[in-house]
Design a protein around this ligand. Structure first.
Ligand SMILES: C[S@@+](CC[C@H](N)C(=O)[O-])C[C@H]1O[C@@H](n2cnc3c(N)ncnc32)[C@H](O)[C@@H]1O
Length: 233
């Protein structure tokens, strides 16, 4: 095995800068330059450089819209620091929501797609990525100092501890429940909602109609005949 050059680690930040510049040039030409961004990209832990650059392009495209910025699930706050840096010159506030208890117990629906920590099973991820809010706030303050900016990120960042709600377990998926109630005869959306509730389906989402719309309008799943839906096949 060829040993790594001792200074390989020093090459990472310039490499990230190069990648960021290439992504801006070829994929996200609308993304404005931002001091400190390449350095913060180089500090990301789980999120990839291209994914983060995409998020920043979307954030900047929406910058003139009213409202604040929220991140749901913050882990160590590395992406949070990146977001905070983008809104420095605005009046926007960054709200960081997390249970600060790590990943919840997986349900039978959760499958291991990307074993990023090499743990071998989904169950072993319970509690992983746990970071308490004080740690996230300290990290943001440290990053702020490391960037050497006089204006601080931290005062306009608020961490909000949310309780990880126990997940509702439905015997059927929403799609299967809708297939079941529409298989005998096509139904309208309100009729579908009433029928699936009757067979015991419980929504965890605040607006059940949104979840229903996603299922009904996913290509190839349901036929829509004048507002009455039935399974596509
Ligand atoms: C994958 S990490 C977030 C990564 C982060 N957005 C980033 O870019 O680095 C998932 C986070 O979601 C939080 N979390 C998972 N389930 C939650 C729930 N039901 N309520 C609140 N937070 C939750 C965990 O504590 C963990 O910090």
């Amino acid at each position: 095995m060829v040993p790594l050059e001792p200074n390989t680690v020093l090459k990472y930040p310039p490499l990230v800068r190069e990648m960021h510049d290439a992504l801006r040039a070829w994929l996200f030409p609308q993304l404005p330059e931002r001091a400190g961004r390449p350095e913060l990209l180089a500090r990301l832990l789980g999120t990839g450089i291209s994914e983060a650059t995409y998020v920043l392009a979307e954030l900047n495209a929406a910058m003139s819209d009213p409202g604040d910025v929220c991140e749901f699930g913050v882990a160590q706050g590395a992406t949070s620091a990146l977001l905070a840096n983008e809104i420095r010159d605005t009046t926007k506030q960054l709200w960081l929501y997390d249970s600060f208890t790590g990943l919840p117990k997986p349900s039978p629906k959760d499958h291991l797609k990307d074993d990023i920590f090499n743990l071998g099973s989904m169950e072993k991820y319970e509690g992983e990525m746990r970071c308490d809010s004080a740690e996230v706030e300290t990290r943001l303050a440290q990053i702020n100092r490391a960037l050497g900016e006089s204006e601080s990120i931290s005062p306009r960042v608020s961490t909000v501890a949310t309780k990880a709600a126990p997940r509702l377990q439905n015997a059927l998926s929403l799609k299967a429940a809708v297939q079941k109630v529409t298989s005998a005869k096509p139904l309208s959306k309100p009729e579908i909602l009433a029928a699936i509730k009757k067979i015991g389906y419980r929504f965890s989402a605040k607006d059940p109609m949104n979840s229903l719309n996603v299922v009904l309008y996913t290509k190839g799943q349901f036929k829509n005949d004048g507002g009455k839906f039935s399974p596509a096949k």
